[in-house]
Design a protein around this ligand. Sequence first.
Ligand code: COA
Length: 302
Amino acid sequence: MKENLLPSLIFSECTEEQAPLLVDFEKTIATPKLYSIPLDLTGALKEISNHTYYFIMRDNKIVGTAAYSVREDASCYISGMAVSPECRGQGIARAAMEFLLKKCDDSWRVDLVTHPENFRSIPLYESFGFVTELTIENFYGDGEPRIIMAKNNTPAEELRILPCSTDIEWQAAKTYRQKYFTNKASTEDPYISILHDKAHQHYVLYNRTTIIGYAHIQLWSENSAAIRIMMIEDHKLEHDFGKWFIEQLEGRLKKEGIGSLYTQCSPSALYFYTDLGYASMPWQDPDGYDGQADDIAVGKTL
Ligand SMILES: CC(C)(COP(=O)(O)OP(=O)(O)OC[C@H]1O[C@@H](n2cnc3c(N)ncnc32)[C@H](O)[C@@H]1OP(=O)(O)O)[C@@H](O)C(=O)NCCC(=O)NCCS
């Protein structure tokens, strides 16, 4: 068994003035495919300002870096973990993970991003209980896929709905939209360039630490709104998660002063909506999208 190195390491928070040191360290890691393209000065400054970034010090020498941040929703993101090539295999990353996870003790979720072929980092994260949730192609725009790994700190079956705010949530939203427009609507996504428009709301549904659904709401005039997209992962269907999701959305919209909620559904989804109190109503789409030929327009007074 390896020695627990934690007591012999010092985690020194990286300051803006030390950004050049971080750039120099990053050059020594340089495995662009599995890790990332080394940070330049601008990138290093951005990382230092967005995350708590540590130099891992041993005997006054930098032997690695580790970084994390706490999101507004109290989940944590481990944004960095790297050990100098000559110091690897000694337990430094394991000690750094222990250090970071202590910082994230109160968090309901801790997640991170790594390359699906990173044969060194994946076993490390798995040994701390992280599981792979999602693979996203071209995550950093470098043409390479990345996986989202997360550690669950919440009771089983917990559901949460959150407005999309993190990169991971927006990537998940885009993946769901792509699936929706490719498989269901067979058209180009007409809203892809205006996802952040304030008349559009985007929510993800978490089951424990895993994103299992997505909804796109468009605010219409006269205190009405429309569900543009509502999707639940196929393997999570028939658990009433969709019902819970819609009820949460309705509650939120009602608080915002929305009185009527409309949607267009396929004949197979009609029962789902009627069961939730939706009835046939005209579809007066301000954008003029007609949907599929057999779609049925339904609505509900909230
Ligand atoms: C991944 C990395 C941080 C591991 O650092 P390290 O200090 O060598 O790791 P440790 O010695 O603490 O080993 C911890 C665990 O990692 C895994 N691991 C580390 N090196 C490994 C290897 N060569 N093969 C398989 N698993 C390995 C093992 O699970 C190991 O636990 P064990 O020794 O009990 O089996 C290091 O290889 C690195 O900096 N790689 C480049 C940057 C990178 O890819 N970072 C991850 C980005 S998400």
